[in-house]
Write a protein that binds this ligand. Structure first.
Ligand code: NAP
Length: 250
């Protein structure tokens, strides 16, 4: 029996490291931990930052992911410095919580635009370059609450569960070109985002988390590192929870 050949892969000659990576929202929180972890692996890592300063030691491209012109410019800047993006981590995200009847149109539109529409936008830019190279890794950062539901987060959970359908459709569209598309679904993770969660709600989440604690951004980064590496070459359309068990089984 002959072995089934895998997709054409530049990594076969150059090893798994040294890829051109773009992490959106990579200036802090989970995105920064992912960027640092992939840079430590030897990848050429760029991050988008919307506000403030870019993190030291990484290529920072200023970009609001909801703005098509800024996204286009960011991809050009990364391509000029590092080559076409081969690994995209669509991480930028926000919350604007509120119960449905109190949720203004702005909170609905901004969250859907940032957390879902912009992921389609950046995936499209990334896929263009990946198709030519016949190799690519897309990782979309969703959330465990996409599966459990979460009162007060209809906008957020609608966007985050939308990423699953997006990833699976893209997995079909891009699979024949050696491009994988996967979702990472973090549970409670210690970042600035948790500052807006009320203490009583935190206790509820922790009670729903078998490991009984929040995770670290580095623990999420480890999963992204795996999915973007050569070891994960036969995984696509998957949802990998990094949640201490919160929302397991979905
Ligand atoms: N922390 C958690 O418990 C948790 C759980 C599940 C899922 N997640 C998801 O994980 C991802 C990262 O979250 P985090 O916890 O690291 O949050 P964070 O610390 O609040 O960081 C959010 C990042 O997204 C960026 N961002 C937001 N809107 C943007 C826009 N329009 N354009 C460009 N960048 C934008 C922010 O940039 P600025 O610095 O410019 O604002 C920041 O870099 C998000 O998608 C979030 O939904 C987090």
């Amino acid at each position: 029996m002959t072995a089934t050949p895998g997709p054409a892969s530049p990594a076969a000659s150059s090893g798994p490291s040294g890829r051109s990576v773009l992490v959106t929202g990579g200036n802090r929180g989970i995105g920064l931990a992912v960027a640092r972890s992939l840079a430590a692996r030897g990848d050429r890592v760029a991050v988008t930052y919307r506000t403030g300063e870019p993190p030291e030691g990484l290529l920072g491209v200023q970009c609001d992911v909801t703005d098509e012109a800024q996204v286009e410019r960011a991809f050009k800047e990364v391509a000029a410095a590092h080559g076409d993006v081969e690994v995209l981590v669509a991480n930028a995200g926000i919350t604007r919580d509120g119960l449905l009847l109190a949720l203004g149109d702005d909170a609905i539109d901004t969250v859907l635009d940032t957390n879902l529409r912009s992921v389609i936008r950046v995936a499209k830019h990334a896929a263009r370059g990946m198709l030519g190279g016949r190799w690519g890794r897309l990782v979309l950062i969703s959330s465990a609450v996409a599966f459990t539901g979460s009162p007060g987060q209809t906008n957020y959970t609608a966007a985050k569960s939308g990423l699953v359908g997006l990833a699976r459709s893209l997995a079909w569209e891009l699979g024949s070109r050696g491009i994988t598309v996967n979702v990472v679904a973090p549970g409670l993770v210690e970042t600035d985002m948790l500052r807006d969660v009320r203490p009583a709600r935190m206790d509820q989440y922790l009670a729903m988390t078998p490991l009984g604690r929040a995770g670290s951004a580095d623990e999420v980064a480890a999963a992204v590192r795996f999915l973007t590496g050569e070891e994960a070459s036969y995984i696509t359309g998957a949802v990998l929870p990094v949640s201490g068990g919160l929302g397991m089984g979905h």
